[in-house]
Structures are given as structure tokens and as C-alpha cells.
Design a protein around this ligand. Structure first.
Ligand code: ADP
Length: 391
């Protein structure tokens, strides 16, 4: 059975077509700059990558491109062969603790939650509506980044603000990257050959978060009400003293300026003054750029803080997992982090770590008390699995 997994951003759309339940990738693609000058897309099929330039005016047209390519590459003969589509939605609030089939009520709730994910939720709705038009016979399913974190208990997800604010304004921790944390924890349990485990999963990309996962369930995570909490990221500040905001407002900054700066001009770029990309930070460090070194050290400090916090919160840990752009590819950052954790019995295998770029591997030594793994994430297959199961 053929299933399409969709990840729609405000101006981009990633898709992967699977044969399920085998989870065989038939084709995948990435359409960029939707509705913007210079749009193009890339297709990956049979190990080949093909780039095509074409004007893409909206999400509906993006789906039409997907249809054309599915037929062009003979993935399907007719559209009816796509039995279900799974869409990634960033914010599901407290409404959704698992993936669901799309209906009017579900769309209304995703819309209602848009203020908590203003860039992402509206884009997902546009994507789903366009998919309904172009694929009228496929079951539409939504998979939320927040669902996996809904198992957190109140003492972990509440902020120490007036209790009524949770009821009145929905203020609490929701977390993010849930599909990724869930995927790598399932895979880690397979590698550890047991289900009852305590894991620390580190999703380190340009957005970054860490979760504590006990027996496959999230008990705590570093992101909060929004994805700008916890770790220091490419352009986001993560945890700060909340009083900085009213202080800056009294100094004459507008709320929009502060919000934009905290989301787009902070983190690596804010501290280094030059680089938001971890590769550039690393290069800057190798060239002894003091601000790049400062950005690296602040990032590493924060990651180590969260790992230490979750180690105590779970009363131990069976494995630490690294995933996403930095976690999967940067032996440099992994080494910086793990070298700081020898106090809890972690020993990095320097050679294995340096060899591991973008593939699954164990990167700790045999005598390390906690094994450390790199597990490439696969949010797309999780989306396809949920769509398949709901169908
Ligand atoms: P997102 O999906 O949040 O945009 P990614 O998971 O793609 O982010 O991660 C992007 C980050 O991964 C960037 O900071 C980038 O520098 C880093 N990254 C990607 N490849 C490498 C690499 N080979 N070495 C170091 N960092 C890398």
C-alpha cells in the first residue's frame, strides 16, 4: 500500500512516498521557495538526486508537482493508489496526544493553536487543505510534534506561574521534535534489546531539544510553550531570564523587535556575531575566533546541563542518543559534549566518534557506563507509520 508523508513549511514542502508496511522509500522530494521568486525542487529516486526549476505559486501547485512526479516516475498509475497521507503539524497543544484522522474539528483546533506556532500551524493547514483537493480519495492524517511529550506529568510541564494561567491561556510546556525523539528512542530500545529503558535523546539541529524518555514515554523535554526554550540554537536563545523582556521594553524596544531578535538573531548567530551554522562555528573555533569559541562553549554548557538534569531526574540512564544535523554529523560537537560527562562514567571512543558521520553507530568505549549512540532521525517514516496504522 502506498502512503505519502508530507512536511509543509510556510514556503517549502518535503515529501516521501512509501510502500507500507515494508517502509520502502519509493521517491522523496523537497520543494522550496513556494510563492517566492526562484522556486525549485529536488527529487531523490534510486540513489539519484535531480534538481528542477519551476515557478511554484502555492501549496496546491506543490501537490500537483508531487502528483506529476509520482506518475512520471511510475510510482503510481492513478492517484487512487495513494491510500493515505500523513501531515506533520508542529503544535497540537493539549488536544492531541496521538496522531488523528483529519476532520473539520481537527482543522479548527490546529487553527486555534496557531498563536503557539505562528509560522508552522497555518502552513500545515494550507498543506492539508491543498492535499484534500488534489488527493480527494486519500485518508488525511495529522502527526503532531507535541504528542510524544503529552505523557509529561504536571510537575514537569507547568511553569511556576499562577495555576489559572494554564486554564486561561494554555501556558505550559508542550515540547517539540516529538516525532524525532520517539523515533530514536524506539530504535535505541531495539539496539539495547530491551523495552524498559531510561534514555536521554539529544535532537541537535538548527533547532535543538533534549528529552528524558522512560520505557518509551517522554517524562521531560527541554522545549517549552514554544520551540524557543531550553538549548541554545542556531538563531534562538533558548532559556533566558524572562524579566529581560519587560526590561528591554522599558528601554524602548518593541515586542516584535524582541521576539524577532530572540528567535532569529540569538543563539550561535547572536553570540558569534557571524555564524548560525554549527559547521561555521566549528571552523571559527579552529581558527581561534574568540566569539565562535564562546558560542560553542555556551552551547555545550547548556547541552551538558540538560543531560545532567535528566540523568538525575530519571535516577540513571541506559543510553544517550544523538540525532539531527549536528548530532548525526558533527563529531566535533559530540566530543565537546561527551568529554564533559566522564563524571557519570561516560567514555568516548574518539576513533569511532570521528568515523561516524550521518550513520548509526555506537561512539562510546566498551567500558563506558552509559553507551552513547548516533541514530539518524527519520520523522518521515514515523508519519507514514501513523498514517498506515490509522488507515
Ligand atoms: P533543522 O531541521 O532544524 O533545520 P538540521 O537537523 O538540518 O536542522 O541541522 C542543521 C544543523 O546541522 C546546522 O547547524 C548544521 O551546521 C549542522 N550540520 C549539518 N551537517 C553537519 C556537519 N557535517 N558537521 C557539523 N554540523 C553539521
Amino acid at each position: 500500500m502506498k502512503i505519502l508523508s508530507i512536511n509543509a513549511g510556510s514556503s517549502s514542502m518535503k515529501f516521501t512516498a512509501y510502500e507500507m508496511p515494508e517502509e520502502k522509500v519509493l521517491i522523496s522530494g523537497y520543494i522550496e521557495r513556494i510563492g517566492i521568486e526562484g522556486s525549485f525542487y529536488t527529487i531523490k529516486i534510486n540513489g539519484e538526486k535531480i534538481k528542477k526549476e519551476i515557478k511554484v505559486v502555492d501549496h496546491k501547485q506543490a501537490f500537483e508537482i508531487i502528483v506529476n512526479e509520482l506518475i512520471n516516475y511510475k510510482i503510481v498509475e492513478t492517484l487512487d493508489e495513494i491510500k493515505a497521507m500523513g501531515h506533520r503539524v508542529v503544535q497540537g497543544g493539549s488536544y492531541f496526544d496521538k496522531s488523528v484522522i483529519v476532520n473539520e474539528d481537527v482543522l479548527k483546533k490546529i487553527e486555534e493553536l496557531s498563536p503557539l506556532a505562528p509560522l508552522h500551524n497555518p502552513a500545515a493547514i494550507t498543506g492539508i487543505k491543498a492535499a484534500q483537493e488534489v488527493f480527494p480519495n486519500a485518508l488525511q492524517v495529522v502527526v503532531f510534534d507535541t504528542s510524544f511529550h503529552q505523557t509529561m506529568k504536571e510537575d514537569k510541564y507547568l511553569y511556576a506561574l499562577p495555576y489559572e494561567w494554564k486554564e486561561k491561556y494554555n501556558i505550559r510546556k508542550y515540547g517539540a521534535h516529538g516525532t524525532s525523539h520517539q523515533y530514536v528512542s524506539i530504535r535505541a530500545n531495539e539496539l539495547l534489546k530491551k523495552q524498559n529503558t531510561k534514555l536521554i535523546t539529544c535532537h541537535l539541529g538548527s533547532g535543538a531539544s533534549i528529552s528524558a524518555v522512560v520505557n518509551g514515554k517522554c517524562i521531560d523535554t527541554s522545549m517549552g510553550l514554544t520551540p524557543n526554550a531550553g538549548l541554545i540554537m542556531g538563531t534562538r536563545c533558548g532559556d533566558i531570564d524572562s524579566t529581560i523582556i519587560p526590561y528591554l521594553m522599558r528601554k524602548g524596544k518593541t515586542i516584535e523587535e524582541i521576539e524577532t531578535t530572540m528567535n532569529k538573531q540569538s543563539g550561535f548567530i547572536g553570540i558569534s556575531g557571524k555564524y548560525s551554522d554549527a559547521r561555521d562555528i566549528m571552523q571559527g573555533c579552529l581558527e581561534n575566533d574568540p566569539r565562535a569559541i564562546l558560542a560553542r562553549d555556551m552551547f555545550v554548557n547548556r547541552v551538558v546541563d540538560y543531560i545532567a538534569k535528566y540523568y538525575f531526574e530519571m535516577n540513571g540512564c541506559d543510553a544517550i542518543i544523538f540525532t539531527a544535523g549536528i548530532g548525526e554529523n558533527s563529531f566535533y560537537f559530540r566530543e565537546q559534549i561527551l568529554n564533559r560527562l566522564s563524571i557519570i562514567g561516560i567514555h568516548l571512543d574518539k576513533e569511532k566518534n570521528e568515523k561516524c558521520i550521518g550513520e548509526e553507530a555506537i561512539i562510546s568505549t566498551k567500558n563506558s557506563q552509559i553507551p552513547c549512540y548516533v541514530i539518524p532521525t527519520n520523522e518521515e517514516v514515523m508519519i507514514a507509520r501513523d498514517a498506515y496504522n490509522l488507515l
